[in-house]
Design a protein around this ligand. Sequence first.
Ligand code: SF4
Length: 229
Amino acid sequence: MKITPNILYEILLDELGIQKWWPVDSSYHKNHSSDPRFEVMVGAILTQNTAWSNVEKALTNLKIKKILEIEKISNIDLEHLREMIKPSGFFNQKAQRIKNLASHLHNNYHSDLNCFFDQELFIIRNELLSLNGIGPETADSILLYAGNFPIFVVDAYTKRICKRLPIKAGDSYDEIQLFFQRELNKKYNTEKLTQIYNELHALIVIFVKNYCKKRPECCKCPIRKYCNF
Ligand code: SF4
């Protein structure tokens, strides 16, 4: 039986429920009059090659010091930033990436994310991709979860289930992204798509962590009847 991104979405939503990503500490930002979208952007860099539990520890450190804001991070001493984000691993690279992003937003947009996100999707995407250490997955996570743009995020988990089921979406990041977007676009209108991309990426991550692990637990998998693995 052939599975499509639309069927995948429906089954995973039914099985796992709404995920409501991206997790952000709204009360912190309310209390500090800061922009929660910047927490998403920092989180998207911190989560590179590490588990989310480590990202949370690094974000907590930034919040304890009350520096989770564009201007404050653009002015912070790099060594100090490295120390605070240490729990996320690869902290030398990540500190530099976060500081570059904050400096870019501070210097070009006066630390105002409304100005930054008030541009065409492809312009913002190219701008993010031009920054050192921001690849397609990080850029698209920022666009979808911070900018609320209709763009599907492809990660290693998406590639894994495409290969195992299989969903013949292609091999490259761009091919898989275009395939999912084209298929979901057949069923959902433009207004709805952002929400679908948001949920589906989250559902895939949770699904793979719980079922389609390196050693998959196929006997209880909700999509096993579609799977050739
Ligand atoms: S049946 Fe097994 S390999 Fe296939 S998608 Fe489910 S968990 Fe993954």
